[in-house]
Design a protein. Structure first.
Length: 382
């Protein structure tokens, strides 16, 4: 069978994901673009047979490349993906889809007009704990879902305050950069999109740190993942320019009547996503997520929180983000080859961004509610 000819724009950090997990039986990496000289040199030493360039437009225009992974900064997603679609390429676009609702809608309309595949990297749809919770919700074991609570604790959150992401103009806010994942999963498991949001958020901790990067000093994001990066007020070398919130909470009214709340905190001492789904006959909750062997607790009888009626023990998986990274890359490649349907959905990705954008708008304007505008009419083709 003919292999899919793949290009990658951006091979640093998250850009390693498609490199590490590209299925060699189905695809071949033929070209990459990387603007950082050191990262490009490292790639060339490791993969001397792959063509390289510093100009992303050369990958977009290359006649051999059939599909492109766009793995660049959030504020570049729209421009690069639009160019790739216009050039007739299928596109894997790292989340968030764009940093504005209008940008997402332009991407949907362009994919529809060009007939190209647009696939957004919501890898949480491939995580074991997510799919087990979805299976349980769909089984009806806890009745009809009425409300959803999601809490995301992030002990490495200072990394977002060290670089370009620290400014609203580059990312809109962390309800997109981090929250788009969880908002998408709320929609995925409940089977409904959000129609109205109201939110609160504040920059309350990292703005009080004393030591900041000099204007010409490069950030070390890796230090945020070490135990030494604690306590939050003693964190050093944050960006000299930061105006995003370090905690957020958004209330969501879904179209099917379910009400949900998503909260995250970027200065927590621990890291875990905690989902709770409450129905009219019980509730389910995860303990642990993709980072470790997780449990799903189920209550269907009246009792104590310490004694769930059913406990499901889930085994962790290797391969990046609990095994979701290799699965999502393979799904994209097989989708491009016509061998498999996509598990992610660009309309869903757009709606997750819309919740984040209007959630931040609400929080920055006295928590007034905003209605989510509908996506363009071309949504039916995805």
């Amino acid at each position: 069978m003919k292999k899919l000819k793949v290009g990658i724009i951006g091979v640093g950090r998250r850009g390693r994901m498609p490199i590490n997990h590209l299925p060699n039986d189905l695809a071949e990496l033929v070209m990459i673009a990387e603007s950082d000289p050191a990262t490009k040199a490292d790639f060339e030493a490791e993969f001397p047979h792959v063509r390289t360039t510093t100009d992303w437009k050369e990958v977009v225009q290359d006649s051999e490349v059939e599909a492109i992974f766009v793995m660049v900064r959030d504020y570049l997603h729209e421009e690069f993906a639009l160019a790739a679609l216009e050039a007739g390429k299928d596109v894997y676009l790292e989340k968030p889809m764009a940093i504005t609702i209008e940008g997402c809608d332009r991407l949907l309309e362009t994919a529809w007009r060009t007939g190209r595949k647009l696939y957004v990297g919501h890898n949480m749809r491939f995580m074991t704990f997510v799919n087990k919770m979805r299976e349980l919700v769909l089984s009806g074991i806890i009745g009809n879902i009425q409300t959803v609570w999601v809490r995301h604790f992030v002990n490495y959150g200072s990394c977002y305050f060290r670089h370009w992401c620290a400014e609203q103009q580059n990312c809109t806010g962390l309800l997109l950069q981090k929250g788009a994942h969880d908002i998408d999963i709320i929609h995925y498991i409940t089977g409904s999109y959000t129609k109205r949001v109201s939110a609160m958020g504040r920059l309350s901790v990292y703005n009080r740190t004393a030591d900041r990067l000099a204007e010409d000093e490069l950030p070390d994001r890796n230090i945020s993942f070490t135990p030494e990066c604690w306590p939050p007020l003693e964190v050093t070398k944050l960006s000299s320019k930061l105006d995003i919130e370090d905690h957020n909470m958004v209330m969501m009214q879904l179209e099917n009547g379910i009400q949900a709340v998503y909260m995250h905190c970027m200065y927590a001492p621990d890291s875990e996503r905690n989902y709770t789904f409450i129905g009219d006959r019980g509730r389910i909750e995860n303990v642990g997520d993709y980072r470790e062997d997780a449990q799903i607790h189920v209550w269907t009888q009246r009792g104590s929180r310490q004694k769930p009626d059913i406990v499901y023990n889930l085994q962790g998986a290797g391969g990046g983000h609990g095994g979701s990274d290799p699965k999502i890359v393979r799904n994209f490649v097989k989708y491009c080859l016509g061998l498999e349907k996509p598990l992610t959905d660009p309309v869903a990705a757009r709606n997750a961004v819309a919740v984040g954008v209007l959630g931040h708008k609400s929080a920055r304007n006295g928590s007034i509610p905003f209605d989510i505008p509908p996506p363009p009419e071309c949504k039916g083709i995805f």
